[in-house]
Design a protein around this ligand. Structure first.
Ligand SMILES: Cc1cc2nc3c(=O)[nH]c(=O)nc-3n(C[C@H](O)[C@H](O)[C@H](O)COP(=O)(O)OP(=O)(O)OC[C@H]3O[C@@H](n4cnc5c(N)ncnc54)[C@H](O)[C@@H]3O)c2cc1C
Ligand SMILES: *[C@@H]1O[C@H](CO)[C@@H](O)[C@H](O)[C@H]1NC(C)=O
Ligand SMILES: *[C@@H]1O[C@H](CO)[C@@H](O)[C@H](O)[C@H]1NC(C)=O
Length: 478
């Protein structure tokens, strides 16, 4: 049973409520944990620093519908709490089978089929390699050369083509991992794909619907009785006691202090890297500090552009950009970031928008460039690659993500890098709860990065939030 008591505090206009659990951060992990506990009868407080729920999921109205600045797809069906939640609520998901087409910086589409075939070959290597200890860059380059020797030996002598193609594959890998270079990404990884369709979209519902369904606010639903939510409420410190039967104390930037039996922390690894020193009192044990510093956080950003109406071939949905070496040389230094956008893709939630993808340091840099310039350069890029035989109309708008500048996110997700895989226990170490001297969990950790095999995804974040809620429920039954 929830033990709730109210204390009058001198000078404070609100009574202090003691909660069963405080959840810090309301992304996929936090919302899954908070809703699971509240539905089980626990009194829960959710504290979210930003002015919205969703974290790295952010659906915004744009174009003639909605677009996703963060997660877009449900990456697999079995088993996924995200997929299950949609299906149980009769939401029809749509599959976006990405069919790529290759466009070149000289406006031609020479070798389109060949390049597609080679990309497909390389993409399969990203998924099926997990024993060799190497960088994906070195591994894919080696395998590709063997493959070419057997299938297209003449290409091995075409040094320009090889260089251009490898640069494209580097960017493609970076767009999967959020890495800065494919030499940073590791072939060895514990990552596992889910079964079933891996590109299901919430399309015009928007990914935000997932959170509305969990919180019972979909279509004007009343929410969850046992769950208090405070937005615009940044947590600055968490005091976790050693002494048994003592509450945790969570202090917010606005000075308010909340108490609970335990707290689930769901902030990203990027945020932990920046502020674990001040966030916890006492400081985290060295096992966790090491894990935080050893995990590698990547970066992916989107530049989304709207037009009056779609002007691209409707049968295509992924336009891959292959730069010719000589064209790249002509690009001004300050515009070099435009050569690091690997593709444009169509969006499922709007019919008149295109998403351009950036990653790593390029993405970090693009976040600092004024919007007008990003919009114009992105438009020129589309003209260069796709505009040889059509007149591309002026864009009507642009939105972009800034996942690195955002102080509450600081990156996209934790990927297995050549340096992080040297410490295979980091995810597990960070995921262990902090206990009081009686062995009761006081601070629990959840989030995308802590799922041992499905990290990076919304389904991993949700699963991890569920697991920590279940841990609390199991221990409070005794
Ligand atoms: C561009 C992009 C594309 C992606 N595409 C996909 C995709 O297609 N499919 C997929 O499955 N996944 C995708 N992902 C990954 C997915 O979005 C994440 O794995 C998932 O949303 C992470 O959820 P989380 O709950 O672990 O963390 P978060 O969503 O980061 O939630 C943590 C919350 O904590 C809050 N917070 C931080 N600090 C504080 C503080 N001090 N006090 C209070 N609150 C705080 C944050 O504001 C945030 O809301 C993508 C991510 C990005 C950025
Ligand atoms: C989903 O549809 C089925 C069949 O029409 C119906 O029985 C069920 O109540 C619906 N569920 C929800 C959550 O709307
Ligand atoms: C434009 O048309 C020319 C001539 O048909 C063709 O070679 C080229 O590939 C086309 N370019 C694009 C981007 O469709």
């Amino acid at each position: 049973m929830a033990l709730i008591f109210y204390l009058a505090v001198a000078g404070a206009d609100e009574p202090i409520v003691q909660y069963d659990t405080i959840v810090v951060g309301l992304g996929a992990a936090g919302v899954t944990a908070a809703s699971t506990l509240a539905k089980a009868g626990k009194k829960v407080l959710g504290l979210e620093a930003q002015n919205r729920i969703g974290g790295r999921v952010n659906t915004v109205p744009f174009g003639d519908g909605v677009v996703e600045l963060g997660a877009e797809w449900i990456n697999g069906q079995y088993s996924s709490r995200v997929y299950d939640t949609a299906i149980q609520n009769n939401i029809t998901l749509l599959s976006q089978n990405l069919a790529m087409d290759v466009y070149k910086s000289d406006g031609t589409r020479d070798n389109n089929e060949l390049v597609k075939e080679l990309i497909t070959y390389c993409l399969a290597l990203i998924e099926d390699t997990n024993t060799e200890e190497d960088s994906l860059g070195a591994y894919i380059t080696r395998k590709l050369k063997q493959h070419l020797k057997e299938t297209h030996p003449e290409l091995l002598n075409d040094k320009d083509f090889l260089k251009e193609f490898l640069a494209l594959m580097d960017l493609t890998v970076d767009n999967f991992k959020g890495s800065n270079s494919w030499n940073e990404a590791s072939t060895k990884t514990d990552y596992r794909e889910l079964e079933g369709d891996r590109s299901l979209s919430w399309h015009r519902y928007g990914y935000k619907t997932f959170f509305e369904l969990l919180l019972n606010t979909y279509q004007g639903g009343p929410g969850l009785a046992n769950l208090d939510i405070k937005l615009n409420t940044e947590v600055t410190n968490i005091v976790w006691p050693q002494q048994p039967s003592t509450p945790v104390e969570v202090t917010c930037k606005d000075g308010k202090v909340y108490r609970a039996n335990n707290v689930i922390v769901t902030v990203s690894v990027g945020v932990l890297k920046e502020r674990h020193m001040t966030l916890f009192t006492p400081s985290l044990p060295s096992e966790k500090v090491n894990a935080i510093s050893r995990l590698t956080v990547g970066l992916l950003d989107k530049i989304i552009i709207s037009f009056d109406k779609p002007w691209w071939p409707v049968s295509q949905n992924l336009f891959v950009f292959l730069w010719k070496g000589e064209d790249k040389k002509k690009v001004d230094k300050e515009d070099l970031w435009t050569t690091k956008i690997y593709a444009a893709s169509t969006d499922m939630g709007a019919s008149n928008t295109l998403t351009l993808w950036t990653s790593g340091d390029t993405a970090k840099w693009v976040e600092t460039i004024p919007e007008e310039i990003v919009k114009r350069k992105a438009f020129e890029l589309l003209q260069k690659f796709l505009g040889a035989n059509v007149t591309i109309p002026e864009p009507t708008g642009m939105v972009r993500s800034t996942w690195y500048s955002n102080p509450y996110i600081r990156g996209t997700f934790a990927f297995d890098s050549v340096s992080s895989v040297k410490y295979p226990n980091s995810r597990a170490d960070l995921g262990k709860p902090l206990l009081d001297s009686a062995g009761i969990a006081k601070v629990l950790f959840a989030g995308e990065a802590l799922d041992l095999t499905h990290f990076t995804n919304v389904h991993a974040a949700s699963e991890s939030g569920y697991k920590e809620a279940a841990r609390i429920l199991a221990s409070s039954e005794n």
